[in-house]
Design a protein around this ligand. Structure first.
Ligand SMILES: Cc1cc2nc3c(=O)[nH]c(=O)nc-3n(C[C@H](O)[C@H](O)[C@H](O)COP(=O)(O)OP(=O)(O)OC[C@H]3O[C@@H](n4cnc5c(N)ncnc54)[C@H](O)[C@@H]3O)c2cc1C
Length: 257
Protein backbone atom coordinates (compact mmCIF):
# COMPACT_ATOMS: atom_id res chain seq x y z
CA UNK A 1 0.00 0.00 0.00
CA UNK A 2 1.25 3.50 -0.82
CA UNK A 3 1.84 5.69 2.22
CA UNK A 4 0.38 8.88 0.81
CA UNK A 5 1.60 11.35 3.45
CA UNK A 6 5.16 10.03 3.63
CA UNK A 7 7.35 12.43 1.66
CA UNK A 8 10.84 11.53 2.88
CA UNK A 9 12.71 8.23 2.77
CA UNK A 10 16.08 7.89 4.51
CA UNK A 11 18.22 4.77 4.32
CA UNK A 12 21.29 5.32 6.53
CA UNK A 13 24.25 2.97 6.52
CA UNK A 14 25.25 4.33 9.92
CA UNK A 15 22.71 5.18 12.61
CA UNK A 16 24.84 8.14 13.75
CA UNK A 17 23.84 10.03 10.59
CA UNK A 18 20.31 10.32 12.01
CA UNK A 19 20.67 13.24 14.39
CA UNK A 20 17.15 14.60 14.68
CA UNK A 21 13.70 13.12 15.12
CA UNK A 22 10.27 14.67 14.86
CA UNK A 23 6.54 14.21 14.59
CA UNK A 24 5.66 11.62 11.92
CA UNK A 25 9.09 9.96 11.81
CA UNK A 26 9.23 6.18 12.01
CA UNK A 27 11.76 3.37 11.77
CA UNK A 28 11.12 1.09 8.80
CA UNK A 29 12.30 -2.53 9.13
CA UNK A 30 10.68 -5.22 6.96
CA UNK A 31 7.73 -2.91 6.25
CA UNK A 32 5.25 -5.81 6.42
CA UNK A 33 3.12 -3.94 8.91
CA UNK A 34 3.85 -0.35 7.93
CA UNK A 35 2.80 -0.96 4.33
CA UNK A 36 -0.20 -3.14 5.26
CA UNK A 37 -2.56 -0.35 6.29
CA UNK A 38 -2.90 3.45 5.97
CA UNK A 39 -0.47 5.44 8.13
CA UNK A 40 -1.95 8.95 7.90
CA UNK A 41 0.46 10.49 10.42
CA UNK A 42 3.60 9.08 8.89
CA UNK A 43 5.87 11.59 7.10
CA UNK A 44 9.45 10.32 7.27
CA UNK A 45 10.55 6.69 6.88
CA UNK A 46 13.98 5.80 8.24
CA UNK A 47 14.86 2.44 6.71
CA UNK A 48 17.13 0.45 9.04
CA UNK A 49 17.84 -2.48 6.73
CA UNK A 50 21.25 -1.20 5.61
CA UNK A 51 22.61 -0.87 9.14
CA UNK A 52 23.85 -4.46 9.13
CA UNK A 53 21.95 -5.36 12.29
CA UNK A 54 20.78 -8.83 11.25
CA UNK A 55 23.35 -10.86 13.16
CA UNK A 56 22.80 -14.08 15.11
CA UNK A 57 25.89 -14.62 17.25
CA UNK A 58 27.15 -15.60 20.69
CA UNK A 59 28.81 -12.93 22.81
CA UNK A 60 29.52 -12.78 26.54
CA UNK A 61 27.26 -15.68 27.54
CA UNK A 62 24.34 -14.42 25.48
CA UNK A 63 22.79 -15.35 22.19
CA UNK A 64 22.55 -12.04 20.35
CA UNK A 65 19.84 -11.51 17.76
CA UNK A 66 20.11 -8.29 15.76
CA UNK A 67 16.95 -6.21 15.36
CA UNK A 68 16.77 -6.57 11.58
CA UNK A 69 17.28 -10.34 11.63
CA UNK A 70 14.46 -11.68 9.41
CA UNK A 71 12.09 -14.15 11.06
CA UNK A 72 13.01 -16.72 8.42
CA UNK A 73 16.69 -16.51 9.44
CA UNK A 74 15.74 -16.89 13.10
CA UNK A 75 13.85 -20.02 12.09
CA UNK A 76 16.44 -21.58 9.79
CA UNK A 77 19.69 -20.78 11.64
CA UNK A 78 21.77 -23.91 12.53
CA UNK A 79 21.68 -23.74 16.34
CA UNK A 80 23.43 -26.31 18.57
CA UNK A 81 21.12 -29.22 19.42
CA UNK A 82 21.60 -28.62 23.15
CA UNK A 83 19.70 -25.32 22.85
CA UNK A 84 16.34 -26.91 23.50
CA UNK A 85 14.64 -23.54 24.03
CA UNK A 86 15.10 -22.64 20.36
CA UNK A 87 12.02 -24.78 19.70
CA UNK A 88 9.99 -22.03 21.42
CA UNK A 89 11.32 -19.38 19.02
CA UNK A 90 10.66 -21.67 16.07
CA UNK A 91 7.10 -22.32 17.23
CA UNK A 92 6.57 -18.57 17.47
CA UNK A 93 7.67 -18.11 13.86
CA UNK A 94 5.63 -21.12 12.72
CA UNK A 95 2.57 -19.51 14.29
CA UNK A 96 2.89 -16.80 11.61
CA UNK A 97 3.49 -19.28 8.83
CA UNK A 98 0.01 -18.68 7.44
CA UNK A 99 1.71 -15.82 5.64
CA UNK A 100 5.08 -16.88 4.22
CA UNK A 101 5.50 -13.36 2.81
CA UNK A 102 5.47 -11.91 6.33
CA UNK A 103 7.85 -14.57 7.69
CA UNK A 104 10.35 -14.01 4.85
CA UNK A 105 10.46 -10.24 5.17
CA UNK A 106 9.44 -9.29 8.72
CA UNK A 107 12.17 -8.77 11.27
CA UNK A 108 12.64 -9.77 14.89
CA UNK A 109 12.79 -6.10 15.95
CA UNK A 110 9.73 -5.20 13.89
CA UNK A 111 7.69 -7.96 15.49
CA UNK A 112 8.74 -7.02 19.01
CA UNK A 113 8.42 -3.23 18.56
CA UNK A 114 5.07 -3.39 16.78
CA UNK A 115 3.95 -4.89 20.08
CA UNK A 116 0.63 -6.33 18.93
CA UNK A 117 -1.26 -8.05 21.74
CA UNK A 118 -1.06 -11.14 19.48
CA UNK A 119 2.69 -10.61 19.00
CA UNK A 120 4.27 -14.01 18.61
CA UNK A 121 7.91 -13.52 19.66
CA UNK A 122 7.50 -11.39 22.78
CA UNK A 123 6.00 -14.09 25.06
CA UNK A 124 8.89 -16.44 24.23
CA UNK A 125 11.40 -13.68 24.98
CA UNK A 126 9.70 -13.04 28.33
CA UNK A 127 9.65 -16.77 29.15
CA UNK A 128 13.38 -17.02 28.38
CA UNK A 129 14.15 -13.91 30.46
CA UNK A 130 15.65 -12.15 27.45
CA UNK A 131 16.78 -8.52 27.51
CA UNK A 132 16.53 -5.85 24.84
CA UNK A 133 19.26 -3.33 24.07
CA UNK A 134 17.82 0.03 23.14
CA UNK A 135 19.74 2.89 21.51
CA UNK A 136 18.85 6.56 21.37
CA UNK A 137 19.94 9.21 18.88
CA UNK A 138 22.58 10.85 21.11
CA UNK A 139 24.30 7.44 21.04
CA UNK A 140 23.44 6.12 24.50
CA UNK A 141 22.19 2.61 25.12
CA UNK A 142 20.19 0.92 27.85
CA UNK A 143 19.00 -2.59 28.51
CA UNK A 144 15.53 -3.57 29.59
CA UNK A 145 14.21 -7.00 30.46
CA UNK A 146 11.71 -8.30 27.92
CA UNK A 147 8.87 -8.50 30.43
CA UNK A 148 9.01 -4.71 30.95
CA UNK A 149 9.25 -3.68 27.29
CA UNK A 150 5.68 -4.02 26.07
CA UNK A 151 3.12 -2.17 28.15
CA UNK A 152 -0.02 -2.63 26.06
CA UNK A 153 -1.37 -3.33 22.57
CA UNK A 154 1.03 -1.44 20.25
CA UNK A 155 2.57 0.26 23.28
CA UNK A 156 6.17 -0.10 24.42
CA UNK A 157 8.51 1.83 26.65
CA UNK A 158 10.41 3.16 23.60
CA UNK A 159 10.72 6.95 23.60
CA UNK A 160 10.63 8.98 20.35
CA UNK A 161 13.80 8.30 18.37
CA UNK A 162 14.75 5.24 20.41
CA UNK A 163 15.42 2.02 18.51
CA UNK A 164 15.70 -1.62 19.47
CA UNK A 165 19.24 -2.64 18.52
CA UNK A 166 19.41 -6.28 19.62
CA UNK A 167 17.90 -9.05 21.73
CA UNK A 168 20.05 -10.87 24.29
CA UNK A 169 19.11 -14.35 25.54
CA UNK A 170 21.33 -15.84 28.28
CA UNK A 171 22.99 -18.98 26.92
CA UNK A 172 22.06 -20.97 30.04
CA UNK A 173 18.38 -20.26 29.37
CA UNK A 174 18.65 -21.74 25.90
CA UNK A 175 18.95 -25.14 27.58
CA UNK A 176 15.51 -24.79 29.17
CA UNK A 177 12.55 -26.84 27.98
CA UNK A 178 10.00 -24.56 26.33
CA UNK A 179 6.45 -25.17 25.18
CA UNK A 180 4.41 -22.78 22.99
CA UNK A 181 0.61 -23.02 22.79
CA UNK A 182 -1.67 -20.87 20.66
CA UNK A 183 -5.41 -20.85 20.13
CA UNK A 184 -7.41 -19.11 17.40
CA UNK A 185 -10.84 -19.82 15.93
CA UNK A 186 -9.34 -20.59 12.50
CA UNK A 187 -5.65 -21.29 12.01
CA UNK A 188 -5.14 -18.08 10.03
CA UNK A 189 -7.06 -15.88 12.51
CA UNK A 190 -5.22 -13.78 15.07
CA UNK A 191 -4.63 -15.70 18.30
CA UNK A 192 -7.19 -15.40 21.10
CA UNK A 193 -4.65 -16.78 23.55
CA UNK A 194 -0.98 -17.70 23.60
CA UNK A 195 0.78 -19.48 26.47
CA UNK A 196 4.51 -20.12 26.69
CA UNK A 197 6.00 -22.16 29.52
CA UNK A 198 9.70 -22.65 30.20
CA UNK A 199 11.29 -25.05 32.66
CA UNK A 200 14.74 -25.51 34.13
CA UNK A 201 15.93 -27.42 37.22
CA UNK A 202 14.78 -24.68 39.59
CA UNK A 203 11.66 -23.11 38.17
CA UNK A 204 8.82 -23.09 35.71
CA UNK A 205 7.99 -19.77 34.06
CA UNK A 206 4.57 -19.24 32.53
CA UNK A 207 3.76 -16.37 30.17
CA UNK A 208 0.32 -15.51 28.85
CA UNK A 209 -0.26 -13.32 25.79
CA UNK A 210 -2.87 -12.44 23.14
CA UNK A 211 -5.65 -12.84 25.72
CA UNK A 212 -4.15 -9.78 27.46
CA UNK A 213 -2.77 -6.62 25.85
CA UNK A 214 0.89 -7.38 26.61
CA UNK A 215 2.73 -10.56 27.59
CA UNK A 216 2.49 -11.28 31.31
CA UNK A 217 4.70 -13.55 33.40
CA UNK A 218 2.20 -15.14 35.78
CA UNK A 219 1.81 -17.60 38.56
CA UNK A 220 -1.10 -19.83 37.67
CA UNK A 221 -2.99 -18.91 40.83
CA UNK A 222 -2.69 -15.20 39.94
CA UNK A 223 -4.71 -15.49 36.74
CA UNK A 224 -7.78 -13.93 38.32
CA UNK A 225 -5.85 -10.68 38.69
CA UNK A 226 -5.21 -10.38 34.95
CA UNK A 227 -7.24 -8.02 32.74
CA UNK A 228 -8.36 -10.19 29.85
CA UNK A 229 -9.33 -8.49 26.58
CA UNK A 230 -13.05 -8.15 25.95
CA UNK A 231 -13.99 -7.41 22.34
CA UNK A 232 -16.22 -8.52 19.47
CA UNK A 233 -14.06 -11.62 18.86
CA UNK A 234 -14.31 -13.06 22.36
CA UNK A 235 -15.34 -12.18 25.88
CA UNK A 236 -12.84 -11.75 28.69
CA UNK A 237 -14.28 -14.85 30.38
CA UNK A 238 -13.78 -16.92 27.24
CA UNK A 239 -10.20 -15.71 26.86
CA UNK A 240 -9.50 -16.49 30.53
CA UNK A 241 -10.90 -20.00 30.10
CA UNK A 242 -8.90 -20.67 26.92
CA UNK A 243 -5.78 -19.36 28.65
CA UNK A 244 -6.33 -21.77 31.55
CA UNK A 245 -6.72 -24.67 29.12
CA UNK A 246 -3.54 -23.71 27.25
CA UNK A 247 -1.62 -23.42 30.53
CA UNK A 248 -2.68 -26.94 31.48
CA UNK A 249 -1.74 -28.28 28.04
CA UNK A 250 1.58 -26.47 28.09
CA UNK A 251 2.56 -27.63 31.58
CA UNK A 252 1.53 -31.17 30.76
CA UNK A 253 3.63 -31.11 27.55
CA UNK A 254 6.60 -29.72 29.51
CA UNK A 255 6.36 -32.41 32.17
CA UNK A 256 6.24 -35.13 29.51
CA UNK A 257 9.17 -33.74 27.52
C1 LIG B 1 -2.19 -9.24 7.90
C2 LIG B 1 -1.16 -9.31 9.02
C3 LIG B 1 -1.41 -10.14 10.10
C4 LIG B 1 -0.47 -10.24 11.15
N1 LIG B 1 -0.71 -11.07 12.22
C5 LIG B 1 0.24 -11.19 13.18
C6 LIG B 1 0.08 -12.08 14.28
O1 LIG B 1 -0.93 -12.78 14.41
N2 LIG B 1 1.08 -12.16 15.19
C7 LIG B 1 2.22 -11.40 15.09
O2 LIG B 1 3.10 -11.52 15.92
N3 LIG B 1 2.36 -10.54 14.08
C8 LIG B 1 1.41 -10.42 13.14
N4 LIG B 1 1.57 -9.56 12.12
C9 LIG B 1 2.65 -8.65 12.24
C10 LIG B 1 3.84 -9.14 11.53
O3 LIG B 1 4.50 -10.09 12.30
C11 LIG B 1 4.57 -7.84 11.44
O4 LIG B 1 4.15 -7.24 10.22
C12 LIG B 1 6.01 -7.90 11.53
O5 LIG B 1 6.51 -8.58 12.63
C13 LIG B 1 6.58 -6.49 11.56
O6 LIG B 1 7.89 -6.65 11.21
P1 LIG B 1 8.57 -5.71 10.14
O7 LIG B 1 10.04 -5.97 10.25
O8 LIG B 1 7.98 -5.86 8.80
O9 LIG B 1 8.22 -4.29 10.79
P2 LIG B 1 7.73 -2.94 10.12
O10 LIG B 1 6.42 -3.12 9.44
O11 LIG B 1 8.85 -2.35 9.31
O12 LIG B 1 7.58 -2.08 11.46
C14 LIG B 1 6.61 -2.39 12.42
C15 LIG B 1 6.71 -1.36 13.56
O13 LIG B 1 7.87 -1.60 14.34
C16 LIG B 1 8.72 -0.44 14.36
N5 LIG B 1 10.09 -0.95 14.34
C17 LIG B 1 10.59 -1.87 13.49
N6 LIG B 1 11.86 -2.17 13.83
C18 LIG B 1 12.14 -1.42 14.93
C19 LIG B 1 13.30 -1.29 15.77
N7 LIG B 1 14.41 -2.02 15.56
N8 LIG B 1 13.26 -0.42 16.79
C20 LIG B 1 12.14 0.32 17.03
N9 LIG B 1 11.02 0.24 16.29
C21 LIG B 1 11.03 -0.62 15.24
C22 LIG B 1 8.33 0.36 13.13
O14 LIG B 1 8.61 1.73 13.31
C23 LIG B 1 6.83 0.08 13.08
O15 LIG B 1 6.14 0.89 13.99
C24 LIG B 1 0.69 -9.46 11.08
C25 LIG B 1 0.93 -8.62 9.98
C26 LIG B 1 0.01 -8.55 8.93
C27 LIG B 1 0.31 -7.64 7.80
Amino acid sequence: MDLLNADTYLCPENIQTITNWGEGWTWLAGGTWLFSEPQPNLKVLVDIQKLGWDEIEVRENNLIIGATCPLIKLFQYPYPETWTAISGLKSAVTALAASSKVVNVATVGGNICLALSVGTLAPVMVALDASYEIWNLPGNSRQVVAKEFQIGHKKTILQPGEILRRVLIPLDNLQWQVNYQRFSIAATDPALAIVVTAKNQQQIRCVIAASVTAPRLVEYQDLDRENFIEDAKASANYRRHITEVLIQRSLSALCNS
